[in-house]
Design a protein around this ligand. Sequence first.
Ligand SMILES: CC(C)(COP(=O)(O)OP(=O)(O)OC[C@H]1O[C@@H](n2cnc3c(N)ncnc32)[C@H](O)[C@@H]1OP(=O)(O)O)[C@@H](O)C(=O)NCCC(=O)NCCS
Length: 157
Amino acid sequence: VKITRPDASRIDDVKPLWLALYAHHSSIADWPVRTPEESWEKRRRVYADVVDEGGILLFAEEDDGTVVGLALAEQEDGGSPTWSYPKDFVAIIDLIVLPEHRGKGVGEQLMAEVEEEARRRGVAALDLMVVNTNDVAIRFYERLGFRTDLRTMRKPL
Ligand SMILES: CC(C)(COP(=O)(O)OP(=O)(O)OC[C@H]1O[C@@H](n2cnc3c(N)ncnc32)[C@H](O)[C@@H]1OP(=O)(O)O)[C@@H](O)C(=O)NCCC(=O)NCCS
């Protein structure tokens, strides 16, 4: 596959990948889910906004233009009142590879390109959030050098 930087006109190519992440998310935690259509409608707006605001959208494409993986990321300023680190960072919002294309290094290729773009921008870190039960993804990110620092906790009411 080759990694490309699509423009906003290709956002609807994201839908099958988003629905694959939606299915994956539904399977790793038993929280109530939205309908697939409602889920995509919400997420489509995020993709459009991030691209509009100069974010990073990458596709992993086959020669015929089929999109088998994607990464969406945006640049943010560090907001901690205590720590001046990281001054700024690139936050990975979504990383998705279609199920039948996983385990072949596509995710790693996408992450390498996100990291290269983050280095080009001169930011101090790469950040991401991952569901605590997403073991494959956590192991994958740890292999790429990510470590847990902040931890989100929740008490259902
Ligand atoms: C996480 C993800 C993007 C990794 O992409 P990938 O292209 O499979 O990445 P790689 O080929 O480098 O392999 C990732 C790991 O999956 C394992 N793997 C192998 N075959 C696999 C398969 N058929 N299905 C899933 N994972 C497989 C690999 O062994 C590898 O393990 P390691 O990191 O411990 O070495 C991909 O699994 C995915 O899309 N998952 C669902 C969406 C998701 O959870 N995204 C992250 C949300 S924060």
